[in-house]
Design a protein around this ligand. Structure first.
Ligand code: ZN
Length: 314
């Protein structure tokens, strides 16, 4: 979808990514064990504070800037277009638009905040542990050798990452710039899915379909399948439409979000499409597939998903 909005969003984010790179480079000394060793803890604390103060507005701007208005407006127009097939008049007014934009910005802003705060907290813990370990090895029986300090630093870097590392609860580490690059690509999808979730509910649609682009990853088992917006919507639907038995196999969007597939997680490009199957023609309804059982065997992926969700909810 390389439309006008996409181009505007990409160029805006590219500029911000450059600014991010400059700030990260400015604090590179925080990754130097010799520097951290010889610098007083309260000086290091002040530097981390300054580093956060410089990073935060840039990351906030990336997640909640004016480009998010464009993304939301596009997502709304897209929703109207796809829901128009089933509903006579989907009403989207200015206040809905405003409300949606605000709630999307709020959610993205929360993610941005916990992202930056998490990085700083980890680096602070790393520095404090490093200093404690170096001092204890110095006061020990043997004199501390240069190699030992390096080993201590390396072990802590394995645990906490570098000064620009985003750390997931699963232990997976990625550089902040890689994270925001991925976010830039999927921001449009994420906002669109939020719009579909909230506008479907508002317009009496209780089922959505996962888009299909023949992805090669674990998303594929959900491609083209259907899901309920909420558990309550599922209960109500089955009561109201006892003849549509296929609906009993559908999961909720939340269940899919919590499973171990990649669907709707970080870097996923799948979209939700409003799909009121009770309004489908009999021919269309015959083609609605049953949903497969939930996949939840991969512990690693599940932990990572949980971490991302926690980060979203924080
Ligand atoms: Zn996907």
């Amino acid at each position: 979808m390389a439309n006008k909005t996409d181009i505007a969003v990409r160029s805006r984010l590219l500029k911000l990514t450059r600014r991010l790179g400059v700030i990260i480079a400015r604090y590179k000394r925080l990754d130097d064990p010799a520097y951290v060793e010889k610098t007083l803890q309260n000086v290091l604390n002040k530097q981390l504070k300054k580093y956060r103060a410089q990073l935060m507005p840039v990351v906030q701007e990336m997640f909640t800037g004016k480009h998010v208005d464009l993304i939301t407006a596009d997502a709304l127009a897209e929703f109207v277009q796809s829901a128009d097939k089933y509903l006579d008049s989907v009403k989207i007014n200015k206040s809905t638009d405003k409300m949606l934009t605000n709630s999307i910005k709020k959610e993205f802003g929360t993610t941005a905040k916990s992202l930056v705060n998490g990085m700083i907290v980890n680096q602070s813990a790393k520095q404090r542990q490093f200093k404690a370990l170096v001092i204890s090895s110095e006061t020990g029986a043997e004199e501390v050798v240069a190699g030992q300090v390096g080993d201590i630093w390396e072990t802590l870097t394995d645990k906490y990452g570098q000064h620009d590392t985003v750390l997931f609860q699963s232990g997976k580490k990625i550089p902040l710039e890689t994270y925001v690059d991925g976010k830039a690509i999927t921001m449009t999808q994420e906002a669109a899915n939020m719009v579909v979730m909230s506008e479907s509910a508002r317009n009496g649609i209780s089922i959505v379909q996962f888009s299909s682009h023949r992805s090669g990853d674990s998303c594929s088992i959900h491609e083209g399948k259907f899901a309920f917006l909420t558990k309550a919507a599922k209960t109500q639907f089955i009561k109201d439409n006892p003849d549509i038995t296929v609906a009993k196999s559908f999961h909720t969007v939340e269940q899919v979000r919590g499973d171990s597939t990649h669907m709707l997680k970080f870097n996923c490009r799948h979209r939700l499409i409003p799909a009121p199957i009770e309004l489908f023609t009999p021919g269309q309804l015959d083609k609605v597939p049953e949903s497969p059982g939930l996949v939840d065997s991969n512990r690693e992926a599940r932990l990572e998903n949980e971490a991302i969700q926690k980060e979203r909810a924080a």
